[in-house]
Structures are given as structure tokens and as C-alpha cells.
Design a binder for this molecule. Structure first.
Ligand code: NAP
Ligand code: SF4
Length: 672
């Protein structure tokens, strides 16, 4: 059997999990849609069909004070149970277990009714929480117990109690947020009374035959967080109180340390899970940045954890486990940890989906059904839009020919993969190459078809992408001026005094590239430790919530200034969940930004800009143009005799990125 440790069963006594793979909890925003539970049922059922051993739902709150934002889902009354049954029945068609996560946001709720152990405002929320009275704490515990009972009524195999990530329970556990001096605060025993009472009372009322997972923060990554001794003491107390499985929680949401973005090395935090595992007897789950069966297998084989949890990888590929079982990991559409369509969507109240798999979250709406009318389709351009369109359309049974003028597939994805911290894009390129190879698509690299050739097809899809916008100022051809593609591909040597024109996604990528050290030794261990040193993480969690002093192990010698004409925060178009990381890195590298500039000309002296009514020369030995994109369409679409479709950058550059290009490709492929 491939991945023998990962795919082995786990016997919990009263029930058995079919393998060691958990689809971790993740909010999808589907709950809040009109037909949300029908869509959620289809979403989870597809993952169950894909072979995952255990699913943990997105967080469900036990009462109104515990919701994360207005209109979020609550399970507090019998009347709420029926809609949850849609989910459990759909999942139980397969040998997959499902647990509902109970999440009380505490001071992280984005509304005015929030509560917490103490009235201390969270840095990421504009509301001050009400400090719970002792009676109110008892009521909160009762609400957790009632919620658990309703979840069991709804057919869930168990529950996960969310005790990490800085939510209410975590707020009780840590001195960071618990300043009480009654029996619920002060010393350790008092601070952990709240979670332990919740667990004890649930077990007391509903018995032992339900899975009870506790998500325990093993590394808070905030000041005055728990230390390792406290983590172990609480884990052992939870075990005694009746918890079956400990899930590892890493980092509060307010932490200044990245915990899930692509800059985090794979399995970066599994080492601390392994340390906890040694001291407890119940199974423990490793999580965060685990995205391949190989990494997951090695964690279990090396006895670092008993189970592995992945959330985003199941958005990227619902069939992850089945493909692993078939020993066909190459066919897995790997999560690249970009956050662009999942977490970033949640922050703007959109349904969570996936950049590499736009069907995620849209299982009832976006389907690639076999076509009743096979068409001969020409796709011009094999960037993300063209390549993914070809894959989806061929899946439906269309005959597809994919033309690409260059010698490789993937277009600008090839540039993204060269940016330090974005190497996971290589996985998406691997998936595209492999899937096209296995498909019926006729791929023609190094080919630019003309109108006569294209006119032989039933329909034509133009996915020729974009070209970089050129700088339109006197001296734009000066030898110091460089195009971003050449910089990213190391075709030019960048000097030490650099001006970057633009502050968008590509300008950030370029600045990251030129301020990063040369590719380091990429051994698993070195990367983990290097990451921890760079971001100030004490992976032994000796004190202070696992925080240590961040150390600059690389000194950037370049002076860099990024310029924009508008007045807005640089990188304003980037996703909320990752832009802060990029900004922090550029700040560390002393990258300066100038806004509200006008470009006047380039000479041997440098770039002349207008700023605050004056002209100023910015001396520069390298001026890198990252001034946005323009649609690149080499055909007059009116000359085609058949239907022509423009997708991705060829259609529109406003708001364009790989995510929107692939999404457009998918919807067209589903209906063509
Ligand atoms: P962009 O994000 O639209 O940024 C274009 C930049 O060029 C802006 O800073 C703009 O600033 C400047 N600009 C526009 N017209 C100009 C002109 N005529 N002369 C000089 N400067 C001009 O575009 P991009 O950086 O090319 O990125 C393309 C797309 O890929 C974007 O949607 C981006 O979000 C996405 N992307 C995303 C990531 C990611 O990590 N998520 C990474 C790379 C790219 P002013 O107009 O203020 O001067
Ligand atoms: Fe992973 Fe990106 Fe898809 Fe989110 S959008 S699941 S991070 S690949």
C-alpha cells in the first residue's frame, strides 16, 4: 500500500477512522448563502467521496455572542438541526466521519455583542468586548454543551472544540487576554477551568461514544501566551476530562508571524506537535502547510503525529486521498498556499473557492458534464486561462487543440514560481503539464496559428494573456530601464540603486526577488529553522507563547524605492491575508515608497519625477518597470467566421490575476 502510515486506520475504541487524513475546519461562507446547507452538503460529500477519513466542518457558534460576524451560523436550537442533517447524511454515504467544530469567537467577533474574559480589545477588531460575569461564564459553558448535543442529534460523529487561534477559549487560557482575579483567571488552574468544564460537562451529559477533538494552541505566537509546560499540563488535563484527539493550533490570528502562507515552509510546525505527542497518550494531529501525501506520510511515519489535517488542500483537490491510495500523487492538484480564492474571499464576504480549482464551493453550480455536442475547439495561449480551459473542456468530451507560441505551458505562472516564497506555483505547473499529458488535448507548443488555421475549428478561445505596459516617458529606452520579466528570469543584472515603477502585485514580487538571498540550502530542516529564526519563533516554546527575537540572517545591500502615481497603500490590490507579510518583508529590507509622483523623464542622472509640485531626480542604476498589463490580442476577432471567446487577460485586465483568469476559463468550459 502506498503511504502505509497515512492510509492506515485509527481505532478510537468506539469508532474507527478509515485513514489518518483529516479535512481540517475551514469557513467557506457557504453557510450564509440562501441554499447554503445544500451547497455545503455537496461540498463535503465530494470530499468524503474522495476518501478523506474525517472531516471537521467550519466553525459553528453556540450562541449569538460567539459569532465571528453578523449572520454567521449558530447551532443553539432544535430547529437548526435539520439543515445540519443534510450535511451528515450526504457525508455518511461514504466511510468518512464528520465532526462539527464549535467556535466561539470571543473578542475576535466582528460585531458589537462580543464577550471575553476581560474587556481588552483585540488589535484586529474595532470593538471592545464585554467582560463576562461569572454567571455569564456558566451560561457560555451551558451553550457549548447544548450546541454539542444538537450536533450529535444532527448526526455528526463528534465535535471539535475550537480552543486555539486566539478565540474565546484561548482567551481564557492565556494571560495575554485573561486578567481576571476570580476562579476563571489568575493562576493556570483557574485559566484552564473554562475549557475543562466544557469538555467535562459534554462528556457527562452525552457519554463517551462521540469523537471529541480539542484544538489546543500549542504555539500561541503572542506575548504572554502559554509556554510548553502549560501546553502539556492542559493537554493531559483535557485527556483526563475525556478528549479523544488533540488537534494542534498554531498562532493566534493577531500574531505577526505567518503561519499558513506560502512563505511558511511545508510542515514548519510539525516539530512542536511531535514534542507534545511524546508526552501525551491520546492521538494528536499535525497541521499547517502540509499539502502533499509525501509530507503527510513522513510526519506519521516519523512518529511526529498520529493524524494529519489539511484544509485548503481539499479545496484544491477533493480527490486527494483517492489519488494517494492509487499511488498517483502526480495527479493531485496541489494547494499552493496562495490564499487568493479561499481566505481572501472570506474577508470580502465571498464564498471560499480555490485558485487552482474554481469548482470548490460551487459543486452544485459549476460542473463539467459530458457534452451532448462534441466540438472541435482551438485554444490560443496556454497560460493559466488557456491551459485550464483546455483541461476542463476536454474533460467534457470536446476535442481541444491548445496552441502556445512559447516552448512551455503556464504563461506567467512560470514567473510567479521564480519569486522566493512562491515556489509552490511549480506544483500548479506540474499539475497542468501532467493533466494535459494525460488528457486528449492536442498540445502544440512553439506554434502561433494564423486565421486560416483557426478557421478550421468549430469555435476559438483566445487566451493570449497580456503584455507588460511600457513606460511612456522621454528616455524610456535608456540602458538603466528594465522589464520585470527580465528581472524575474535573471536575464539582466540589477544594480544597487533601484527604482521600481509601480506598487502592484508584480512590483511586490520583483522587490521580493531582488531583496532575497540567493536560493538557500532547501533541506527540510534548515528551511524550518531558517524560517523560525527569520520570523522570531521559538519552536521549543520555552516562554512567551513561542515568540523569540527575529534575526535578520541576510542583509540586503540594495537601496530600493517603489513609485506610484496614486495615493493609496502600496500593494492595495493584494489579498488581506498575505499583503501584511510582503509589506513587513519590504520594510525590513528598507524598501521606500513614494506616492503621488509623475514621471517626467529618464537620463544618465536617473529618473526625474514630479512630487509635491517640484521636480526631483531619483538617481538609479536600475529602473524596473512594473506598470501593469495590457490585453494582448493579435487577431481581429471580427474576422472569425465562427464563435470566438476571449478569456483571462486577453479579455480584460481590470482586476485580472491567475484566479480570475482560471475562473473565467472554468465557467466557459462548463457551458461551451
Ligand atoms: P497592478 O497590480 O494593476 O499594478 C500596476 C502598477 O502600475 C500600479 O502600481 C500602478 O500605479 C502602476 N501603473 C499603472 N499604469 C501606469 C503607467 N501608465 N505608468 C506608470 N505606472 C503605471 O498590476 P501588476 O502589478 O502588473 O499585476 C497584475 C495582476 O496580477 C494584478 O491583478 C495583481 O494583483 C496580480 N498579481 C498578484 C500577485 C499576488 O501575490 N497576489 C502577485 C503578482 C501579481 P499608479 O497607477 O498609481 O502609478
Ligand atoms: Fe490553496 Fe490557493 Fe486554493 Fe486557497 S486558493 S486552497 S491557498 S491553492
Amino acid at each position: 500500500m502506498p503511504y502505509p502510515h497515512l492510509l492506515s486506520t485509527l481505532n478510537l475504541g468506539f469508532t474507527t477512522l478509515s485513514n489518518r487524513v483529516i479535512m481540517g475546519s475551514m469557513h467557506t461562507n457557504l453557510e450564509e448563502q440562501l441554499d447554503g446547507f445544500v451547497r455545503l452538503a455537496a461540498f463535503y460529500a465530494e470530499r468524503a467521496a474522495g476518501g478523506v477519513g474525517l472531516i471537521i466542518t467550519g466553525g459553528v457558534s453556540p450562541n449569538t455572542s460567539g459569532i465571528l460576524a453578523p449572520n454567521r451560523v449558530i447551532l443553539s436550537r432544535q430547529q437548526h438541526v435539520a439543515e445540519h442533517r443534510l450535511i451528515t447524511q450526504a457525508v455518511h454515504q461514504y466511510p468518512t466521519k464528520i465532526c462539527m467544530q464549535i467556535l466561539h469567537a470571543g473578542r475576535y467577533g466582528y460585531h458589537s455583542q462580543i464577550v471575553a474574559p476581560s474587556a481588552i480589545q483585540a488589535p484586529i477588531v474595532p470593538f471592545i468586548p464585554h467582560a463576562l460575569t461569572e454567571n455569564e461564564i456558566e451560561q457560555q459553558i451551558e451553550d457549548f454543551v447544548v450546541c454539542a448535543g444538537l450536533a450529535f442529534d444532527a448526526g455528526y460523529d463528534g465535535i471539535e472544540i475550537m480552543g486555539s487561534e486566539g478565540y474565546l477559549i484561548n482567551q481564557f487560557i492565556c494571560r495575554h487576554t485573561n486578567k481576571r482575579n476570580d476562579q476563571w483567571g489568575g493562576n493556570f488552574d483557574n485559566r484552564v477551568r473554562f475549557p475543562l468544564e466544557i469538555v467535562r460537562q459534554i462528556r457527562q451529559r452525552f457519554g463517551d461514544n462521540h469523537i471529541l477533538i480539542f484544538r489546543l494552541s500549542i504555539l500561541d505566537l503572542v506575548e504572554n501566551g502559554s509556554d510548553f509546560d502549560e501546553v502539556i499540563k492542559l493537554a493531559l488535563a483535557l485527556e483526563k476530562a475525556g478528549v479523544n484527539i488533540i488537534n494542534s493550533g498554531i498562532g493566534w490570528h493577531e500574531t505577526r508571524v505567518p503561519t499558513i502562507a506560502s512563505v511558511v515552509p511545508r510542515a514548519a510546525f510539525s516539530g512542536i506537535t511531535a514534542k507534545v505527542k511524546k508526552l501525551i497518550t491520546i492521538p494528536i494531529v499535525a497541521c499547517n502547510r502540509i499539502n502533499t501525501p509525501q509530507v503527510a506520510e513522513s510526519i506519521i511515519a516519523d512518529n511526529m503525529a498520529d493524524l494529519v489535517s489539511m484544509a485548503r488542500p481539499f479545496l484544491a483537490d477533493s480527490d486527494f486521498v483517492n489519488k494517494a491510495k492509487a499511488d498517483n500523487a502526480e495527479a493531485i492538484n496541489t494547494c499552493i498556499a496562495c490564499n487568493q480564492a479561499c481566505l481572501d474571499h472570506i474577508f470580502v464576504n465571498k464564498v471560499a473557492s480555490c485558485l487552482v480549482n474554481p469548482r470548490a464551493g460551487f459543486e452544485t453550480l459549476l460542473n463539467f458534464e459530458p457534452t451532448s455536442e462534441v466540438k472541435d475547439l482551438a485554444v490560443v495561449g496556454a497560460g493559466p486561462a488557456g491551459a485550464m480551459f483546455a483541461i476542463f473542456a476536454a474533460q467534457r468530451g470536446h476535442q481541444v487543440t491548445l496552441f502556445e507560441h512559447s516552448d512551455k505551458l503556464g504563461g506567467q505562472l512560470n514567473l510567479a514560481a521564480k519569486i522566493p516564497g512562491k515556489e509552490e506555483f511549480n506544483e500548479f505547473l506540474r499539475y497542468i503539464n501532467y493533466t494535459l499529458e494525460q488528457s486528449t488535448v492536442n498540445v502544440k507548443l512553439g506554434t502561433s496559428p494564423d486565421l486560416t488555421q483557426l478557421n478550421k475549428f468549430d469555435e476559438v478561445i483566445i487566451a493570449t494573456g497580456t503584455t507588460a505596459r511600457q513606460l511612456d516617458v522621454p528616455g524610456a529606452q535608456h540602458s538603466t530601464v528594465m522589464q520585470y520579466q527580465d528581472v524575474i528570469e535573471d536575464k539582466v543584472k540589477v544594480g544597487n540603486n533601484v527604482v521600481v515603477i509601480g506598487t502592484g502585485g508584480i512590483a511586490f514580487d520583483v522587490a521580493t526577488k531582488i531583496t532575497s538571498p540567493p536560493p538557500e540550502d532547501d533541506s527540510f530542516k534548515t528551511k524550518q529553522q531558517g524560517f523560525a529564526t527569520h520570523w522570531g519563533i521559538d519552536l521549543n516554546n520555552k516562554n512567551n507563547g513561542g515568540l523569540a527575537t527575529a534575526v535578520n540572517t541576510w542583509v540586503n545591500s540594495k537601496q530600493i524605492t517603489m513609485l506610484q502615481r496614486k495615493v493609496r497603500k502600496p500593494g492595495a490590490g493584494l489579498g488581506k491575508t498575505t499583503v501584511w507579510i510582503h509589506r513587513a518583508e519590504l520594510k525590513r529590507n528598507n524598501v521606500k515608497t513614494l506616492s503621488k509622483v509623475s514621471y517626467q523623464g529618464i537620463s544618465d542622472l536617473g529618473l526625474t519625477v514630479g512630487i509635491r509640485g517640484e521636480s526631483k531626480i531619483l538617481t538609479a542604476d536600475s529602473i524596473i518597470v512594473c506598470a501593469g498589463q495590457q490585453s494582448h490580442v493579435t487577431f481581429d476577432v471580427n474576422q472569425f467566421k465562427q464563435a470566438v471567446h476571449l478569456i483571462g487577460g486577453a479579455n480584460n485586465v481590470a482586476g485580472l490575476d491567475a484566479k480570475s483568469a482560471i475562473e473565467a476559463a472554468a465557467w466557459l468550459a462548463a457551458k461551451i
